[in-house]
Structures are given as C-alpha cells and as structure tokens.
Design a protein around this ligand. Structure first.
Ligand SMILES: Cc1cc2nc3c(=O)[nH]c(=O)nc-3n(C[C@H](O)[C@H](O)[C@H](O)COP(=O)(O)OP(=O)(O)OC[C@H]3O[C@@H](n4cnc5c(N)ncnc54)[C@H](O)[C@@H]3O)c2cc1C
Length: 298
C-alpha cells in the first residue's frame, strides 16, 4: 500500500530527487561512465554485463536508433579493457512492432559482437514476448555460440522452456521475473517461485548448460550453493548475478572470495528517468527497496 502510494506520487517528485535515488542503481548517462563502473567492479574481482536503458519503442526509426546505440556500445566495449559482456532488451530493438525488425536488429548486434568476441544476453521481458524471445535465441544460437537468454522462475511454462533449450553449451540466466503476470500463467506465491527457481537450477545443472543465477534472495544463494556442492559442479559452469546497487555487497564479496563467479548487471543511459519510473510502476515493491536503500547502506 505504502509502495503504491510512493509510485502514485512519483510524477510530483523532482527529477533531481529521483536521480539521487536511482544513482545507486545506474552507472551514469554515457558509455564512458558505465565502462568506468565496470573497471572498478572488475578490479574488485567481479564480472560485469552492461545494459543500455531503453523504453519499449513504438516505431521502426526508434528501433533502428536502438540498434545503432548497441552497435556503438559493442565497438566501445571491444576497444576497452573490460570483460566483453552485454545484455539487451528485445522491445528496445523492435519486438512488439515487428518480429522481423527485432530479429534483424538483434542479429546485426550479435553478429558484430561475435566478430569482437563479445557475449550478448537477450533479456526476458513480459509474457507477450516470451515465445518470440526464445525463438530469436534459438535461431541465433545455431550460428553464434556466445549468446544467452533468460528464463523467469515465476512463469508456469519455464520448466518446459528449459527442457527445450537448455542444451550442453547453452547459456541461460534464471531469475524470478520482474513483471506483473496473471495467476493463469505465473506463480504468485513467493515460496512457489523459489521452489521453481531451485528446480530450474537443478535441471540446468544436470543438463550441463551454463547458468546465471540472478537473484538477491539469500535463501536462493544457499539453495543454489547446496545443489552446486551436492552435484559436484565445477565453478566454470555457473555464475551468480546481481543488479548494480542492491545492498548485498557482503554476501557477494564472500562468494567471490570463495571462488565463485559473480557478475554485476550495470545499466546506464540517458533514459534513466523513464527506466526508473517504469520499473517502479511495474513493481511498486521496488519503491520500498529504493527508500530503504536511502537510509540503510550495508
Ligand atoms: C542480474 C539480473 C538480471 C535480471 N534480468 C531480468 C530479466 O531479464 N527479466 C526479468 O523479468 N527480470 C530480471 N531480473 C529481475 C528479477 O527477475 C527479480 O525481479 C529481481 O531480481 C528481484 O528478485 P530476487 O530474486 O532478488 O528476490 P526478491 O525476493 O525480490 O528479493 C530478495 C531480497 O533482495 C532485496 N532486493 C531485491 N531487489 C532489490 C532492489 N532492486 N533493490 C534493493 N534490494 C533489493 C530485498 O531486500 C529482498 O528482500 C534480473 C535480476 C538480476 C539480479
């Protein structure tokens, strides 16, 4: 209720305050700032992936502009000393306008990234785009090995998706899922989502597919570590992933020190305001986290 109120009042909050709140989660407005953040994280032993903040676009011109922005990022990352890993959102590249447009734009980016030795992860958005995103991943994976996509543990369909696409050498991020989805297609209960998350990880590990365990839920850290240990999985087969700024630094540090890979998702870009507002509207609970982070830093 409180979080919903915060979201409803968002338009009244001055941009400068929203910026102050989002600063913790966003690595700046340009590529240079994001590369600097990645360098700092990598100096501390973390891996990184960069994401250009973008809203879902409404016409071909905007989708193509999104493609050009990503092509420039691929070029900038290839010239830098940071680890070569980028995430992208299909709706920022035309999914939702035309499947062909999205495919052409994503494949142009992945093809250039392939030349430069850069890994690309196709993020997963809301349910109207799930099947199409998986189709794009499957088509491109046949040609480009260094790509991955995302499976959301709250979706009922996810185990079927993992069974269909988690092959040896495949690469999937498992996360809970951030969008509001109906009870017809998605678990609503947090324990059910956790259980499905653990089952998906187990399935991925047993299929020898590379897995990104993307969560800040300490229960899931422990459950994943137990599976990894019980199944005797080598550290090259998985990584933990967290969003920049989420205050679980101590736990992430412990993981790195214990020899696990930990990747930080580093979003940046001029659309930080739209991104922050949209994230809050999609899931008002985030407002609670954001406010808490203003006062409690650990
Ligand atoms: C690297 C990464 C990539 C992701 N990619 C996608 C994607 O492609 N598609 C998609 O739908 N979702 C994506 N997500 C979001 C994900 O689906 C969840 O919505 C999000 O991670 C919150 O779930 P949780 O597992 O952290 O558990 P929760 O139960 O939501 O959180 C566990 C604890 O972590 C803390 N916490 C969680 N989030 C925050 C926050 N933002 N700020 C401060 N504290 C927080 C809270 O204290 C909470 O108690 C991604 C998440 C990560 C970490």
């Amino acid at each position: 209720m409180f979080n919903k109120l915060v979201v409803a009042l968002m338009p009244l909050v001055p941009r400068a305050i929203v910026k102050m709140i989002s600063n913790r989660y966003i690595a700046g407005e340009d590529t240079a700032s994001a590369i600097k953040t990645c360098q700092e994280l990598q100096a501390q032993g973390f891996l990184t992936t960069m994401d250009i903040l973008g809203e879902s676009v409404t016409n071909e011109l905007q989708a193509n502009a999104g493609r050009e922005e990503y092509l420039k990022l691929v070029s900038d990352v290839s010239k830098s000393d940071i680890e070569k890993n980028i995430s992208l959102k299909p709706t920022a590249l035309g999914l939702g306008i035309s499947d062909k447009l999205a495919f052409d734009n994503i494949s142009a980016i992945i093809s250039k990234a392939h030349e430069k030795g850069i890994f690309i992860r196709i993020d997963m958005e809301d349910s109207p785009h799930t099947s199409k995103t998986i189709q794009i991943y499957k088509r491109l994976r046949a040609e480009f090995p260094r790509i991955g996509t995302v499976i959301q543990a709250y979706m009922h369909r996810s185990m079927d998706d993992v069974e269909a696409i988690a092959t040896e050498g495949g690469n999937l991020r498992i996360c809970k899922g951030i969008y509001k989805e109906s009870a017809k297609i998605a678990f609503q209960d947090s324990q059910e989502i956790r259980q499905n998350f653990v089952s998906l990880i187990q399935e991925m590990l047993s299929r020898k597919a590379y897995i990104g365990i993307a969560t800040h839920d300490l229960y899931l850290f422990d459950a994943s570590l137990k599976l990894i240990s019980d199944m005797n999985i080598s550290p090259e087969m998985y990584e933990f992933q967290a969003l920049l700024g989420v205050p679980i630094d101590k736990r992430l540090r412990e993981l790195v020190d214990a020899g696990h890979r930990v990747r930080i998702y580093v979003p940046f870009g001029s659309q930080w305001y739209a991104y922050s507002s949209r994230r809050l509207q999609e899931n008002p609970d985030i407002a609670g986290y954001v406010l808490k982070n203003l006062f409690i830093r650990n």
